[in-house]
Design a protein around this ligand. Structure first.
Ligand SMILES: *[C@@H]1O[C@H](CO)[C@@H](O)[C@H](O)[C@H]1NC(C)=O
Ligand SMILES: *[C@@H]1O[C@H](CO)[C@@H](O)[C@H](O)[C@H]1NC(C)=O
Ligand SMILES: *[C@@H]1O[C@H](CO)[C@@H](O)[C@H](O)[C@H]1NC(C)=O
Ligand SMILES: *[C@@H]1O[C@H](CO)[C@@H](O)[C@H](O)[C@H]1NC(C)=O
Ligand SMILES: *[C@@H]1O[C@H](CO)[C@@H](O)[C@H](O)[C@H]1NC(C)=O
Ligand SMILES: *[C@@H]1O[C@H](CO)[C@@H](O)[C@H](O)[C@H]1NC(C)=O
Ligand SMILES: *[C@@H]1O[C@H](CO)[C@@H](O)[C@H](O)[C@H]1NC(C)=O
Ligand SMILES: *[C@@H]1O[C@H](CO)[C@@H](O)[C@H](O)[C@H]1NC(C)=O
Length: 272
């Protein structure tokens, strides 16, 4: 499904610097932990490709300075640093993704690297009855009257998101944002995936939206979604039988009333 898969490994680089991968969901807080109490020279935190200094702690008095106006003011009111040198970023945004590096303030030696990837908050998928215009009517002859077309939909998702239908525990079908020809910066992508089931189908189906760190599931309730008439007739077998029985009962009752009426009229006539 993925056209390109990028992996991020936490490892010791050749220069002996530990590089740690961190995955966070948009809106959450993340603490980049360092225990640099042994560092006598103070530390500085740098962000991004341009090594912008966003936080510093000096050696003598552990005085902490946060430079939230730098890096286009993106970190305004969102940074915190404690006496161990650990940096907390609150309410993280997609564009906070990138490298955060810790340096010795005096010797300028690199001490630790964090590679942060921020993923968008996933919506709950919505399952709807698919429009019959798209599926049934265009090729009415090929689709059985017992078919029910449904659609699983998520709105406003971003990169690295996939949508899948599961039939039991097996993946039935899948689509991911990377399958679409959409620019990476587009944050309001709509993903949808159709499914064709039968009214009598007793398999369990669920639609799952996921990114590399989380997922949300919505179960398909065939009886609720398919056995209703939504402006057009889509009556299932059970419903047809019930309708038939009701029609028959109404018919029998009508005949009975008529017969009773005719008989009583007949009785009246014989009296007079
Ligand atoms: C950071 O991690 C991402 C994947 O999460 C990877 O694509 C990127 O190359 C990594 N950057 C560095 C400098 O290792
Ligand atoms: C401590 O940091 C503040 C700014 O956060 C600065 O005004 C002050 O001069 C610093 N004090 C020392 C002793 O470095
Ligand atoms: C988090 O940031 C978004 C914008 O990036 C803002 O709309 C929202 O109010 C912030 N939430 C908190 C709790 O600060
Ligand atoms: C309609 O269904 C028939 C038979 O299943 C198929 O051969 C034909 O290609 C379908 N046409 C369209 C437009 O999907
Ligand atoms: C999707 O985003 C647009 C604009 O960003 C917003 O108007 C719309 O309400 C969002 N839809 C959902 C379902 O969140
Ligand atoms: C789901 O799987 C069952 C067998 O496990 C199969 O009979 C059924 O056709 C599948 N449903 C769909 C929609 O493919
Ligand atoms: C993707 O879109 C670009 C222009 O937006 C186009 O040049 C390119 O051919 C498209 N690729 C595919 C596989 O459709
Ligand atoms: C969804 O996430 C849970 C853990 O939260 C995991 O156990 C499960 O395998 C995931 N399911 C899918 C379809 O990714």
């Amino acid at each position: 499904m993925y056209t390109m898969m990028l992996f991020c490994f936490s490892l010791w680089s050749l220069s002996g610097v530990f590089s740690e991968c961190v995955s966070v969901t948009e809106g959450d807080s993340v603490t980049l932990s360092v225990d640099l109490t042994e560092v006598k020279d103070g530390i500085s935190w740098k962000f991004g490709a341009h090594d912008v200094v966003i936080a510093e702690m000096n050696a003598e008095n552990k005085n902490i300075s946060l430079y939230e106006e730098r890096a286009d003011g993106r970190f305004r009111d969102r940074l915190k640093m404690d006496h161990t040198g650990s940096l907390t970023i609150n309410n993280i945004t997609l564009t906070d993704s990138g490298l955060y590096q810790v340096f010795n303030k005096n010797t300028k030696t690199k001490l630790k690297i964090f590679n942060i990837t921020v993923y968008g908050r996933l919506p709950i998928p919505v399952i709807t009855r698919d429009s019959p215009v798209q599926s049934h009517l265009m090729n009415f002859s090929s689709s059985s009257v017992s078919d029910c077309s449904v659609l699983c939909l998520v709105m406003n998702v971003s990169h690295d998101v996939s949508l899948s239908w599961y039939n039991g525990s097996r993946v039935h079908s899948s689509i991911s944002v990377s399958d679409l020809n959409i620019s990476v910066s587009d944050l309001n992508i709509r993903l949808s995936l159709p499914l064709e089931v039968e009214y009598q189908d007793t398999n369990t189906y669920r639609c799952v939206v996921n990114n590399p760190i989380t997922n949300h599931t919505q179960h398909l309730h065939i009886t609720q979604l398919c056995h209703t008439c939504q402006g057009y007739c889509c009556c299932g077998f059970t419903e047809a039988v019930i309708r038939l029985v009701i029609s028959a009962l109404v018919g029998v009752a009508t005949v009975a009333v008529l017969v009773y009426d005719i008989r009583s009229r007949g009785d009246e006539q014989t009296v007079y």
